[in-house]
Design a protein around this ligand. Structure first.
Ligand code: HEM
Ligand code: HEM
Length: 147
Protein backbone atom coordinates (compact mmCIF):
# COMPACT_ATOMS: atom_id res chain seq x y z
CA UNK A 1 0.00 0.00 0.00
CA UNK A 2 1.20 3.47 -0.74
CA UNK A 3 2.43 5.51 2.16
CA UNK A 4 0.17 8.41 1.22
CA UNK A 5 -2.89 6.17 1.45
CA UNK A 6 -1.79 4.75 4.80
CA UNK A 7 -1.48 8.22 6.23
CA UNK A 8 -4.97 9.07 5.03
CA UNK A 9 -3.73 11.48 2.37
CA UNK A 10 -5.51 11.47 -0.95
CA UNK A 11 -4.29 8.38 -2.82
CA UNK A 12 -3.29 8.83 -6.42
CA UNK A 13 -4.24 6.92 -9.45
CA UNK A 14 -1.84 4.08 -10.12
CA UNK A 15 0.71 5.43 -12.55
CA UNK A 16 3.50 2.99 -11.85
CA UNK A 17 3.68 1.68 -15.41
CA UNK A 18 4.30 5.09 -16.94
CA UNK A 19 6.71 5.82 -14.11
CA UNK A 20 8.73 2.73 -14.99
CA UNK A 21 8.82 3.91 -18.56
CA UNK A 22 10.04 7.30 -17.30
CA UNK A 23 12.78 5.65 -15.26
CA UNK A 24 13.83 3.72 -18.37
CA UNK A 25 14.04 7.02 -20.28
CA UNK A 26 16.24 8.39 -17.50
CA UNK A 27 18.51 5.35 -17.69
CA UNK A 28 18.80 5.53 -21.48
CA UNK A 29 19.48 9.26 -21.52
CA UNK A 30 22.18 8.92 -18.85
CA UNK A 31 23.82 6.16 -20.91
CA UNK A 32 23.54 8.34 -24.04
CA UNK A 33 25.12 11.35 -22.34
CA UNK A 34 27.97 9.20 -20.99
CA UNK A 35 28.36 7.72 -24.47
CA UNK A 36 28.53 11.19 -26.05
CA UNK A 37 31.34 12.17 -23.69
CA UNK A 38 33.43 9.35 -25.13
CA UNK A 39 32.14 9.62 -28.71
CA UNK A 40 31.12 13.18 -29.51
CA UNK A 41 28.52 13.72 -32.25
CA UNK A 42 30.04 14.39 -35.69
CA UNK A 43 30.68 18.09 -36.36
CA UNK A 44 27.97 20.14 -38.00
CA UNK A 45 28.27 21.03 -41.66
CA UNK A 46 30.90 23.70 -42.25
CA UNK A 47 28.59 26.03 -44.18
CA UNK A 48 26.09 26.58 -41.35
CA UNK A 49 26.06 30.19 -40.17
CA UNK A 50 27.22 30.90 -36.61
CA UNK A 51 23.73 31.74 -35.34
CA UNK A 52 22.38 28.48 -36.72
CA UNK A 53 25.15 26.51 -35.02
CA UNK A 54 24.29 28.27 -31.79
CA UNK A 55 20.57 27.55 -32.27
CA UNK A 56 21.26 23.86 -32.96
CA UNK A 57 23.45 23.65 -29.85
CA UNK A 58 20.89 25.36 -27.62
CA UNK A 59 18.05 23.18 -28.96
CA UNK A 60 19.98 19.92 -28.49
CA UNK A 61 21.04 20.85 -24.96
CA UNK A 62 17.43 21.80 -24.18
CA UNK A 63 16.21 18.44 -25.52
CA UNK A 64 18.67 16.58 -23.30
CA UNK A 65 17.69 18.80 -20.35
CA UNK A 66 14.03 17.99 -20.92
CA UNK A 67 14.64 14.27 -21.29
CA UNK A 68 16.44 14.38 -17.92
CA UNK A 69 14.16 16.95 -16.27
CA UNK A 70 10.96 14.96 -16.75
CA UNK A 71 12.02 11.80 -14.93
CA UNK A 72 14.02 13.66 -12.26
CA UNK A 73 11.08 15.94 -11.37
CA UNK A 74 8.77 12.91 -11.53
CA UNK A 75 10.91 11.11 -8.96
CA UNK A 76 11.09 14.27 -6.84
CA UNK A 77 7.33 14.84 -6.81
CA UNK A 78 6.67 11.19 -5.99
CA UNK A 79 9.15 11.05 -3.12
CA UNK A 80 8.16 14.45 -1.67
CA UNK A 81 4.50 13.35 -1.82
CA UNK A 82 5.42 10.58 0.62
CA UNK A 83 4.70 7.85 -1.91
CA UNK A 84 6.79 4.81 -2.64
CA UNK A 85 9.11 5.08 -5.61
CA UNK A 86 8.47 2.09 -7.85
CA UNK A 87 11.77 1.06 -9.43
CA UNK A 88 10.81 -1.89 -11.63
CA UNK A 89 9.91 -4.55 -9.03
CA UNK A 90 11.19 -2.65 -6.01
CA UNK A 91 9.14 -0.26 -3.91
CA UNK A 92 11.40 2.25 -2.22
CA UNK A 93 9.99 4.06 0.80
CA UNK A 94 11.25 7.02 2.78
CA UNK A 95 13.92 8.26 0.38
CA UNK A 96 13.27 11.80 1.64
CA UNK A 97 11.03 13.39 4.24
CA UNK A 98 7.59 14.12 2.70
CA UNK A 99 7.18 17.81 1.91
CA UNK A 100 3.84 18.81 0.33
CA UNK A 101 5.11 22.25 -0.66
CA UNK A 102 8.15 20.92 -2.51
CA UNK A 103 5.98 18.16 -3.99
CA UNK A 104 3.61 20.82 -5.35
CA UNK A 105 6.50 22.77 -6.92
CA UNK A 106 7.89 19.61 -8.50
CA UNK A 107 4.41 18.71 -9.80
CA UNK A 108 3.94 22.14 -11.42
CA UNK A 109 7.31 21.72 -13.05
CA UNK A 110 6.56 18.16 -14.18
CA UNK A 111 2.92 18.58 -15.27
CA UNK A 112 2.96 22.10 -16.65
CA UNK A 113 6.27 23.89 -17.17
CA UNK A 114 8.27 21.02 -18.71
CA UNK A 115 5.47 19.95 -21.08
CA UNK A 116 5.14 23.57 -22.29
CA UNK A 117 8.91 23.84 -22.85
CA UNK A 118 8.90 20.42 -24.49
CA UNK A 119 6.29 21.37 -27.11
CA UNK A 120 8.19 24.55 -27.94
CA UNK A 121 11.56 22.82 -28.21
CA UNK A 122 10.23 19.91 -30.26
CA UNK A 123 8.53 22.39 -32.61
CA UNK A 124 11.87 24.17 -33.07
CA UNK A 125 13.75 20.87 -33.57
CA UNK A 126 11.28 19.47 -36.08
CA UNK A 127 11.02 22.75 -38.03
CA UNK A 128 14.80 22.83 -38.32
CA UNK A 129 15.01 19.16 -39.35
CA UNK A 130 12.12 19.53 -41.83
CA UNK A 131 13.51 22.69 -43.42
CA UNK A 132 16.97 21.14 -43.62
CA UNK A 133 15.62 17.95 -45.16
CA UNK A 134 13.09 19.33 -47.65
CA UNK A 135 13.73 23.03 -48.29
CA UNK A 136 17.55 22.76 -48.22
CA UNK A 137 17.37 19.30 -49.83
CA UNK A 138 19.97 17.82 -47.51
CA UNK A 139 18.11 14.53 -47.60
CA UNK A 140 21.12 12.38 -46.74
CA UNK A 141 21.95 14.21 -43.52
CA UNK A 142 19.31 12.40 -41.47
CA UNK A 143 21.54 9.33 -41.88
CA UNK A 144 24.23 11.07 -39.86
CA UNK A 145 22.27 10.00 -36.81
CA UNK A 146 23.35 6.40 -37.53
CA UNK A 147 27.02 7.24 -37.63
C1 HEM B 1 10.37 10.90 -19.62
C2 HEM B 1 9.82 10.85 -18.46
C3 HEM B 1 8.48 11.40 -18.05
C4 HEM B 1 7.57 12.17 -18.74
C5 HEM B 1 7.65 12.69 -20.18
C6 HEM B 1 6.46 12.43 -17.83
C7 HEM B 1 5.34 13.19 -18.14
C8 HEM B 1 4.29 13.43 -17.29
C9 HEM B 1 3.15 14.26 -17.58
C10 HEM B 1 2.93 15.01 -18.89
C11 HEM B 1 2.32 14.25 -16.49
C12 HEM B 1 1.00 14.98 -16.32
C13 HEM B 1 -0.13 14.03 -16.59
C14 HEM B 1 -1.47 14.65 -16.27
O1 HEM B 1 -1.59 15.89 -16.29
O2 HEM B 1 -2.40 13.87 -16.00
C15 HEM B 1 2.93 13.39 -15.50
C16 HEM B 1 2.39 13.12 -14.24
C17 HEM B 1 3.04 12.39 -13.27
N1 HEM B 1 4.28 11.79 -13.39
FE1 HEM B 1 5.49 11.82 -14.99
N2 HEM B 1 6.72 11.81 -16.63
C18 HEM B 1 7.92 11.17 -16.72
C19 HEM B 1 8.55 10.43 -15.75
C20 HEM B 1 8.07 10.22 -14.47
C21 HEM B 1 8.73 9.46 -13.43
C22 HEM B 1 10.10 8.79 -13.59
C23 HEM B 1 7.92 9.48 -12.34
C24 HEM B 1 8.11 8.87 -10.96
C25 HEM B 1 8.96 7.97 -10.67
C26 HEM B 1 6.74 10.25 -12.69
C27 HEM B 1 5.68 10.48 -11.84
C28 HEM B 1 4.55 11.17 -12.16
C29 HEM B 1 3.44 11.39 -11.25
C30 HEM B 1 3.33 10.87 -9.81
C31 HEM B 1 2.50 12.14 -11.93
C32 HEM B 1 1.18 12.66 -11.39
C33 HEM B 1 1.43 14.00 -10.78
C34 HEM B 1 0.19 14.59 -10.08
O3 HEM B 1 -0.67 13.81 -9.67
O4 HEM B 1 0.15 15.81 -9.96
N3 HEM B 1 6.87 10.69 -13.99
N4 HEM B 1 4.13 12.92 -16.01
C1 HEM C 1 10.45 12.74 -36.36
C2 HEM C 1 11.15 13.16 -35.32
C3 HEM C 1 12.59 13.55 -35.36
C4 HEM C 1 13.47 13.66 -36.41
C5 HEM C 1 13.25 13.40 -37.88
C6 HEM C 1 14.74 14.08 -35.83
C7 HEM C 1 15.90 14.31 -36.57
C8 HEM C 1 17.10 14.68 -36.05
C9 HEM C 1 18.31 14.95 -36.81
C10 HEM C 1 18.42 14.89 -38.34
C11 HEM C 1 19.28 15.26 -35.94
C12 HEM C 1 20.72 15.67 -36.29
C13 HEM C 1 21.70 14.57 -36.15
C14 HEM C 1 23.05 15.10 -36.61
O1 HEM C 1 23.23 15.20 -37.82
O2 HEM C 1 23.89 15.40 -35.77
C15 HEM C 1 18.75 15.19 -34.61
C16 HEM C 1 19.44 15.42 -33.44
C17 HEM C 1 18.89 15.36 -32.17
N1 HEM C 1 17.57 15.09 -31.86
FE1 HEM C 1 16.09 14.69 -33.14
N2 HEM C 1 14.60 14.21 -34.47
C18 HEM C 1 13.30 13.89 -34.13
C19 HEM C 1 12.74 13.88 -32.87
C20 HEM C 1 13.43 14.11 -31.70
C21 HEM C 1 12.86 14.03 -30.38
C22 HEM C 1 11.40 13.66 -30.06
C23 HEM C 1 13.86 14.31 -29.48
C24 HEM C 1 13.88 14.41 -27.99
C25 HEM C 1 12.92 14.14 -27.17
C26 HEM C 1 15.06 14.57 -30.27
C27 HEM C 1 16.30 14.89 -29.74
C28 HEM C 1 17.44 15.11 -30.48
C29 HEM C 1 18.74 15.41 -29.88
C30 HEM C 1 19.03 15.52 -28.38
C31 HEM C 1 19.64 15.56 -30.94
C32 HEM C 1 21.12 15.85 -30.83
C33 HEM C 1 21.82 14.53 -30.82
C34 HEM C 1 23.30 14.66 -30.54
O3 HEM C 1 24.03 15.09 -31.43
O4 HEM C 1 23.69 14.34 -29.42
N3 HEM C 1 14.76 14.44 -31.61
N4 HEM C 1 17.40 14.84 -34.68
Amino acid sequence: MELAARKGLKPRRNRTDTQKLGLTVLLLVVVRVLWLRQNPAPPLRADLSPWKRQAVRVTHIALYGLMLGFPISGIALTVWSGESLEVYSWSLYGLAAPDPKLAAYAATFHNLILPALFYGTIAAHLSAVTKHHFADRRTLDVRRMLR
